[in-house]
Write a protein that binds this ligand. Structure first.
Ligand code: UDP
Ligand code: MG
Length: 220
């Protein structure tokens, strides 16, 4: 990482709070995890269509903020994403909280169900989000061999325009996933919150399995 990145201050510290902004009695949070290219976004889109979840992709929110004119975090986000590193959590958590608030407001309700896609990817994010924003009910984990993910990402890279869908960034993203994000999956596994889905079959087949397991888990 360049010194320029290290020296940039993260977002204003998240305010200390006595309780999370959203109560789990009103708001259902499902974290959606899996390596880069495992199919998180694809499966979330299907769950939105079938089950009426709100879908919030942490990566998409970061890319949006990166491109927002006047954002003080544009360059920082750009550098972290290209290097496959995790953006300082204050930035991502604030973007998620704002998006959740906006989604509920738009529907004129305090109750909602959210798929939080590609987050938390690091233990500090997991703890902070649950403490300050909303405790999570379930973690969907899409399990996929690296070889398959690599093929999918290189294919996507032909048209995605993403700065991190190239061989070098992909290698770095895999490393971050194994070293930093798998501990999050294991942590939630220990809490009995994880639904593990084999992500190698076709999107339609994975979707059938996911939908069934998620419905069962949320009603149990
Ligand atoms: N990212 C981050 N914090 C997050 C989620 C994503 O810093 O909580 C950054 C990270 O650099 C990651 C990139 O955004 O490699 C792309 O994430 P995205 O979820 O869009 O990629 P996917 O895994 O879906 O290919
Ligand atoms: Mg994605």
């Amino acid at each position: 990482m360049s010194p320029a990145i290290e020296n940039q201050a993260p977002a204003a510290a998240l305010p200390a709070r006595d309780a999370p902004v959203f109560s789990p009695a009103d708001v259902t949070v499902v974290f959606v995890l899996g390596g880069p290219g495992a199919g998180k976004g694809t499966q979330c889109a299907r769950l939105v269509a079938e089950q009426g979840f709100h879908h919030l992709s942490a990566g998409d929110l970061l890319r949006e903020e990166q491109d927002r004119p006047g954002s003080q975090f544009g360059q920082l986000i750009k550098d972290y994403i290209k290097d496959g590193l995790i953006v300082p959590m204050e930035v991502t958590i604030k973007l998620l909280e704002n998006a959740m608030t906006a989604a509920l407001k738009e529907k004129g309700t305090t109750k909602g169900r959210f798929l939080i896609d590609g987050f938390p990817r690091k233990m500090d994010q997991a703890h902070k989000f649950e403490e300050a924003v909303c405790p999570a009910k379930v973690v969907l984990f899409f399990d996929c061999p690296e070889k398959v993910m690599e093929e999918r990402l290189l294919e996507r890279g032909k048209t995605s325009g993403r700065t991190d869908d190239n061989a070098e960034s992909i290698r770095k993203r895999f490393r971050t996933f194994i070293e930093t994000s798998m501990p999050v999956v294991n942590f939630y596994e220990g809490q009995g919150k994880v639904i593990k889905v084999d992500a190698t079959p076709s999107p339609a087949d994975v979707s059938v399995t996911t939908s069934k397991l998620l419905t069962e888990k949320l009603s149990s």
